[in-house]
Write a protein that binds this ligand. Sequence first.
Ligand SMILES: [Zn+2]
Length: 382
Amino acid sequence: MAHLTLSDPPTQRKRAAHWTNDHGTGFTNPWPSAKGPPALSHVAKFSWQGMHIQKPEVKDPHAFLPMQKPDFTPPTEGVKATWLGHACVLAQFATDGGKNSINVLFDPVFSDRCGPGGYLGPKRYTAVPCGGVEGLPEIDVVAISHNHYDHLDRSTLSEIFAKQKRTPALVASLNTWRVLDGISPKAKQVYREADWWETIEGRHQRRGLWAGWAVQGDAGSVYFAGDTGYAAVETETYEIDPAVPVCPAFKEIGERFGGFDLAFLPIGAYAPRWFLSTVHCAPIDTVRLFQDVRAKKAMAIHWGTWDLSHEQLSEPATMLAEARDVVGLTKEQFDVVDLGASISSVPAAAAATARVPEAQAQAQEQEPKQAEAEAELERAVA
Ligand SMILES: [Zn+2]
């Protein structure tokens, strides 16, 4: 029995600017900031150059990226987010004064290798902080950003459906079912896919939940960016060039949703820039994306797990610090965190004082609050 009941998908979708056919099965990036798919010769050049780069930090990754056991205790208020390696984040939305939380898991990939069948592809150089699927709390929604191996892992998803006591809802982008089919007999009943800007509504008791990438609720709002480029450049530049067009979607996301309490933004797998800037942000891109989506606070993701590109393993963290200074953000606003660590939408001082009324609230448990823990989760932009 599914924990959440999801609304029906739209009966008909209209062809949009990012569709390449009338069926919603082929897509293109419509923004002036993007380049087309890479030529085979470029892929070969990228791979060849990468073979000659030494990564000495791989021997002791915890020297630059410590790991801790995650604490999945529900937050008493606001939203708590825990980084589980690479792009995987668990966002917990406070409900019932901290007795429960609505748990949204983004892009869980716990396999050792990032590639087909679990045998090919880069091997992870840091472990899964919660140990694996058995270390997770009960999940309400699993949200997948796209079907690349570092974001969608069939074996992790199969395990989630097999081991969770209640079946989570599963949401992904249009035309993703073809790679999810067969992960679990339960999956199809709880699966919904969405096009850009589409909304999926879910019901859990009195609570409403819409599934996707931008999550808005009484407890707060989050934005999960998944993989994205921001501005495609031709050279190994890490400077802001006003002449290079940037992706306009992020400003639109900021405007439509009115900003976010927390954002989970990618900072790694960006070098070489001539090849990867169209699909992955370097920190100088991510800090501007942070501003465009009007995030109050962000956690850096998409680094520290697999060696997918040419930059040194710790470089995204040092580059983020430099990029923050360029645009005038603070460490408190946007930083890297340890593997398994959490951030909260509620400032630490406010959370400490909130514990006093919480104790009173527990004493008055006879009068359950009528407040609806409504949350909406909307798919934004890839
Ligand atoms: Zn990725």
